[in-house]
Design a protein around this ligand. Sequence first.
Ligand code: ZN
Length: 493
Amino acid sequence: MSTKLLKGGTVILHGENDALSFTKADILVERNTISRIEWSITVPPGCEIIDCRDKIISTGFVDTHHHMWESALKGLCEDLTCVSYFAQMFTASFTFTPDDVYWGNLAGCLEAIDAGTTTVLDFAHMNWTKDHGKQALAGTITSGIRSVFAFAPTVTLKQAYPKPEITDLLPDWFMPTLEQLVQSKHIKTDDARVSMGFAFDYYFMPQDVVIDIFSKVRSLGIDIVTSHWARFPGQVDNNLPRLLKSYGLLDERIVLSHVGGATVEDVQLLNEAKAFASASPSVEMTMGLGPPVCFRHDLPNMDSVCSLGVDCHHSTSGSMVNEMRVGLLSARGAHAVQSLADGVVPDKVCRTAHDAYIMGTIQGARALCMEDQIGSIKVGKKADLVIFGTDSPAMTGAAHYDPVKAIVMHSSIADVDMVIVDGVIRKRNGKLLPAPGVIWSDSNEEFIETGTTISWKEISAAVLETQQRFVSKLPEFDMEQLKAFVRGLYNIP
Ligand SMILES: [Zn+2]
């Protein structure tokens, strides 16, 4: 991690109450940290100079809900609602090997980096055996992304026929494997780029069992715990915030994804506990989990505890800018429809492009309890930076007038010129760089460096091979039967 001087860019800064401003400045990166932001910095000896004239320098985007392993499902899920998606996902346990989720996680993380995401909360629900999580995490480490790898006990089908049956919900190996990963060298070192989280959806278990699981997880030093939650119409008793509070588990380390159907009371509970929601607007609107709770004029104070996530890059773009834009437009649409129903054409939008950028950056950092490290460009914070070009047809004009509006409403992944994570360049001149390989070694009981780098071409070939194998087995399953099973399991009306 050499010293880098980003020279002459337009830097987006978060100020008081998150107000955004833009300034021409040089940024000095030493190791993995932003050490100076000044009008003009003299080039230190041995420093790499990165010419940022005519570029926008943004903090990296923070994605607080994403299933990185699912890369090989792309093309198969774009038109599926949650019931069909879950049914299809359940069949993956019969096909996906630990190697497959290594490549899947690596591909998913690189797709995110390519789009400017530098930190992700990965809801890792592919733990069908004790080996899958280790290799998926190895893929994440290889990618270079900053990740909270939320290890999830995973519903696994023992058989699909004659009727679906599942294996132990919390197998014997689960907690020892989690403990082993917490102790691994890429996780436990000070300044580690990847940390362990916990992902949990088994709230149908008895109270004492849930509390015991949380207490074991906390005893391992794990902070962030994330869960899916949405209330479907008529489900007045379906109230995860209230349940967590009654168990003494609702605090600032909880991230609830979706929160569709949230009420004013739910929002109040989240605010009191400083727990966060993660809205995934594209997936929520496709899968019937919405409407998204971000930017909502009818949910006061929701935005103060709301962040954004892609959720499923097999269904939508892996870009956080896409989620900012879709979330913003969804909320504006709902606001306008309500205003028109009231007989009034609104004279202003309910939320702005700046609000969307804040939710995709510093709000994500707050959700992960990492506000002191990431989420904005500030001296002393980690060097997680995205450099946008300004001269494409889409960016010209907007980038020069208001860089935030340019990013949120006009940019595409093609405008992401460079991505730096933890002081390391992962994308340069618009192209992902080869990733230095890390795998899990059973004989070493540890992650090891392979000593080779992996190109996107190699990753892409591996993902396609997984997909072809998965697709060839799909006709063996009765999807209608699996969909009925999913509805019963997750209480989906
Ligand atoms: Zn999800």
